[in-house]
Design a binder for this molecule. Sequence first.
Ligand code: PLP
Length: 376
Amino acid sequence: MASSEKYIQSKLDERKLQGNYRALSPESGLIDFCSNDYLGFARSTVLKDNIRRETASHPQSLNGATGSRLISGNSAYTEELETQIAAFHQAETGLMFNSGYDANVGLFSSLPQKGDTIICDELVHASIIDGARLSYANRYIFRHNDLESLEGKLKNAKGICYVVIESVYSMDGDTPPIAEILQLTQQYGGHLIVDEAHAVGLYAAGLVSHLNLQDKVFARLVTFGKALGCHGAIVLGSDMLREYLINFARSFIYTTAAPFHQLAAIKAAYSLLKTSSADIAQLHANIGLFKMNLCVNNAYPLLHSDSAIQCLILGDNHKAKYAAIQLQNAGLDVRAILSPTVAQGSERIRICIHAYNTSEEISLLTSTINNIIHEI
Ligand code: PLP
């Protein structure tokens, strides 16, 4: 019989050899240029106090949900919160999942059936790919943000067709031409699903409603673990879609519901988001400052992005790791994104800008990057 230990060791050795071995590290204490806490909600003392108040005002609440939503884990509070969140995003309704990963896996594994078609942008998040893989539908990818490539796939689509994009791509930080993609999708009778994980906060309720396209998009995914600073996610769509997911989405059905303190945190975070226009403006100003101060060259381009996610392409794992280490040595928490997470040749450092980064921190970041790209 073959040995599992030998297999595990050989795969780990392979990773080390390729320079893409992953290891966990505790909090670094460095200046944060890598977290998804774009508006600083995760560290907000105002939010912390509001969560404490919200929790205290519900003394009967339980420490844990005690079961799945369909057994003992549901509450009026959960359903009211879903209604409030859906209203904020101008959606008919919403269904919460324990994470964005769960939401995408639940949606894409349950909705498209054998004979249907899922067409994804090539850069969609792993949770969408994993969900689609669990379905029996035909799966295609189109070239990133490329309408011609999308149309080619739409022409061959069979059954019910779902086109899937992100409004801000998690690894590139760029934004697709949503209105054009929607128009093309509708021209072929398809349904557009938009993952708004990294757009909510940057554009308050997300880019879809910012563009006033909420009534034409079939479904949206919003996560609470990024700009909202909490944890969990919601699928926004029609009442019928919600009913369907409650009946068929296995990652919703077969898991313990979120505990009350998580729901209270989400509720408080949404209240804070409604009064955060100054923080949102500061985030956009900081993104602008970063881009203005960076001296990019053709060898190591900065991907086009107006979002909080800014990526400098270094083109191999070793260079990306070297640059990240130099930045960390300068006190800046910037991480390398290696292949296979991104395509070979597009290994990079991925910088996340936040509303709470000071102009001095951003200057230190850009001057350090400017020096590094001259020496590699
Ligand atoms: N969708 C996108 C685009 C993401 O970037 C992520 C997280 O990285 C997810 C979904 C998953 O969300 P969560 O972290 O809540 O599981």
